[in-house]
Design a protein around this ligand. Sequence first.
Ligand code: ATP
Ligand code: MG
Length: 721
Amino acid sequence: MDVSYILDDLNDAQRDAVTADSPGTLVLAGAGSGKTRVLVHRIAWKIKVEGLSPYAIMAVTFTNKAAREMRGRIEELLGGQLHGGMWVGTFHGLAHRLLKAHAADAKLPDNFQILDADDQQRLLKRIHRELNLDDSRWPPRQSQYFINGHKDEGRRSAHIDNPGGDLYLTTMLQVYQRYEQICQQQGVIDFAELLLRALELWRDNPAILEHYQQRFKHVLVDEFQDTNAVQYAWLQILAGKGMPITAVGDDDQSIYGWRGARIENIQQFSKDFADTRIIRLEQNYRSTATILKAANAVIKHNSQRLGKELWTSGEEGEPITLFAAFNEQDEARFISDRIEDLLKEDYRRADIGVLYRSNAQSRTLEEALIRAGLPYRIYGGQRFYDRLEIKNALAYLRLIALRDDDTAVERVINTPTRGIGNRTVETIREYARDHQLSLWRALLAIIEGGGLAARANNALRGFVSLIEDLAQQTADMSLDARVDYVIQHSGLIAFHEKEKGEKAQARVENLQELITAAKSFEPEDEDGDELRQFLDQAALDAGDQQAAEHEDSVQLMTLHSAKGLEFPAVFIAGVEENLFPHKMSIEDPSRLEEERRLAYVGITRAERKLFLSYAESRRLYGQENFNSLSRFVREIPSECIDEVRINNTVSRPTSFASHSASQQRAAESGIVLGQRVLHSIFGAGVVLSFEGQGASARVQVNFEDEGSKWLVLQYANLELL
Ligand code: ATP
Ligand code: MG
């Protein structure tokens, strides 16, 4: 059997990693050095050469999309389908699969539901109300953060001591306990719980653990640097006693510390897993030499590093473009203009990634792309399955599958509006609480009891018969016909059509897109309940960083979501102090280093072209900010950068329109908005606005070192640059 082709497109170090027969293998290497490729080829090697059954392999990826890609690439290499036997997925996906198979042992009902972040918050709000906690003092978000943070570390409420009786902790623990109780009652589990439950399942059921220890002959993990405590413990309990394990990662790309990821797991690995061999890859195949040089120079400023240097035999490439925009609008226009230029060359839209630090930045960028008629997709943030209308439609489907789903009832009991007011809903909640019932059962009992006003009672009856009707009518339909029927007859489509406007239109389109999703859905378990599997997949996708499918659209995403991806051309928008690095991280050295790793991740996504841009003035979260250029850009050697200056074509923000006369006058003195000027004391800066006339004419300048200042034009003696 000729298997050499599996090693054909690999360098020596990569081949070494693919064929290594050490029990523990840790591939520690920088961005674009082929770590993910090594994993794929290693799996093919195990199957084809070492004769391992796909059934005996478990591979962990960082996103569901990466899992699908990995499966596809392995099938390509093997020249055949893998079918369901091999376990490939995210930690969450695999934990879900495990819990499904052993629901009873995990103390869960067979039909347990996944509670996504949004539902989780809704439930916490309810608990806060129940405990009479004032939202302004005790925001539900805080409880959410508290609970998830502890779960990521493997701690349940019972594990947390509170010897001092501290009020904050007492309150949080009260919420956490009640939350655990309700989740258990309802049979719902959140994302962090998926992992924790899966860990406890193995820990508390030796026979089940042993079954998997015999089944799996090799475990492989991508993006290992971002595993959290529970994920690590899960790997350890499975493979700690000699099951071969391969992990690939890059300490310089650990960017989820804020969500509980632990870089230390990399150092810990060789201690916890027998006879670990560490393999380093140093050749980068992704980026031009210029881009790589910039990335290396930036990450060098971090002190906490295992230390690696990347090189490439590729070409020098073009310099990195740095654009100083007048404001965020101008920046967005620059980006859409450059994208249009790229499309005239040999780039496709999907070859272009636009990355940013904060989700809120996307709106301006989106508007510019819409104006330019450029199709785009957003990864993360407003993910498809996170969208309001989709969650509403899914809630109806969930109710069809299981009436006792409280979160679903909460979501659609009055959406579209059907005259069930807050008071009625509150009555139902109370009844449910007092009688330990699900909301659905409580509302049935209330209808029977006839204690409500006739109108409210009728409205409730209407809701019940709607759900029953949807369930009955669609029982024998195919999945997509079911979805179609539900979005029509629930009234959701009509509801959004009535709203009018572009946003409403998009909502209608999204609902229709859900039918497409149902059509192309392939259930993992052919004999199982298709609707259930579809709903589970949707919940998992909503939690995924990159659920969106690849299409020929410009790819917009946060820097965090870009991990593991690559694009021929990359834009990083908003390279400004206080935005990137984020102002919350500037004061704390370790968080600042995490921001720098994020910069490294961003830069190394680019294959051929990289554009960085910043705005002299930026409106974000409703505030005007004047930030200087990000330190990360200043850390890039100047020979790598080609700076594009602001020019006079900058359009003026409407808020300045009333000053047009003075602007005119100032313009006569040669100064225009966006003009770069030099002041003898304050140095160089950019003109932001004007005020007044003649002797009282004043000009606002944002100085590079001194920030924004108002100066009397007559005395300022500004030199034009
Ligand atoms: P990241 O750290 O960003 O996840 P990575 O180390 O996983 O990166 P890959 O995504 O596996 O790197 O590889 C980067 C790019 O280089 C891919 O396009 C891959 O196909 C290509 N590549 C990797 N190794 C080789 C090789 N030996 N020859 C040619 N191309 C390669
Ligand atoms: Mg990778």
